[in-house]
Design a protein around this ligand. Structure first.
Ligand SMILES: C[S@@+](CC[C@H](N)C(=O)[O-])C[C@H]1O[C@@H](n2cnc3c(N)ncnc32)[C@H](O)[C@@H]1O
Length: 263
């Protein structure tokens, strides 16, 4: 599956807001080593390096395209990027803050990984994570229903993530507490105002549709997009904005967790 950094950053404000909300809840801390796991194009990792200029900040991601974009555009002395697969990574004793925004939902084994990371982090270290909690929304269910239909199932069976891509907030709270962390877990539904035609399709093109894109030929993918756009728009009706422009409300639920290791 190939990421397209320019497509992903098209909705930079809405995709970036949870990152900022998570960072905003970290309070007055002074980490010396910070890791941004699944850092993507690095535009947001910048914020970590600016907030803690004395810290060494590392952005890690498994996508060569994302890391190339990050290395190309970000120039802060205390920030560097590396191609790393989170599934092969462990925090060492240097890490004071493990930050990860919108990455774990891509890893079916993330609950076990999280457990291992919580175990490996040193006493006093922080963890700050955000995952989308919207896999039951129409933007995803329509995609899955289509993939399971007789027209597509042969080519798309097992390709998409399901409701269990992430767990409920209580699960993560329990995981933190059991690992000896102080737990601050919450959820927010962002009511995103999308502008123009086909905004849901445009949004998922940057993320959720990528596995479909990778599994189909160009022609079949266009066909899938056309059917998806028609069906999904019935769940997210557009309306006229105050200046007559076409607007759509796209509610997006996200789950946040912050922990500090007490023992
Ligand atoms: C939705 S983007 C989030 C990017 C960034 N954290 C942000 O908030 O803008 C998900 C990122 O997770 C990365 N990713 C997915 N699986 C990964 C893995 N196994 N190891 C490291 N990064 C991974 C993708 O390459 C992508 O850059």
């Amino acid at each position: 599956m190939k990421w397209d950094p320019s497509k992903y950053t098209e909705f930079a404000d809405y995709r970036g807001r949870p990152y900022e909300d998570l960072l905003g809840q970290l309070g007055d801390i002074s980490p010396r080593v910070v890791v941004d796991l699944g850092c993507g194009p690095g535009n947001k990792t910048n914020l970590l390096a600016q907030r803690w200029p004395a810290a060494q900040v590392k952005g890690l991601d498994s996508s060569p395209e994302m890391i190339a974009k990050a290395q190309d555009t970000v120039r802060l002395q205390n920030l560097d990027f590396e191609l790393v697969d989170a599934r092969q990574w462990h925090p060492d004793d240097e890490v004071d803050l493990l930050f990860s925004n919108a990455m774990l939902q891509w890893l079916p084994e993330h609950r076990q990984l999280l457990k291992t990371w919580l175990h490996d982090l040193k006493t006093g270290a922080y963890i700050a994570i955000q995952v989308p909690g919207n896999f039951g929304s129409a933007a995803h269910t329509v995609m899955r229903q289509m993939a399971d239909s007789s027209k597509w199932e042969e080519r798309l069976s097992g390709v998409l993530r399901h409701d269990d891509a992430v767990s409920e907030p209580e699960f993560y709270q329990q995981l933190l507490l059991e690992a000896g962390f102080q737990a601050n877990v919450w959820e927010t539904t962002f009511h995103q105002v999308m502008i123009g035609q086909d905004p849901i399709l445009d949004w998922v093109r940057g993320t959720a549709l990528l596995p479909v894109r990778a599994a189909l030929s160009d022609k079949d993918y266009l066909d899938f997009e056309t059917d998806y756009s028609r069906e999904v728009s019935t769940h997210y009706p557009s309306f006229a904005g105050p200046d007559g422009s076409e607007l759509t409300n796209f509610p997006f639920r996200r789950i946040f967790m912050i922990g500090r290791k007490l023992s």
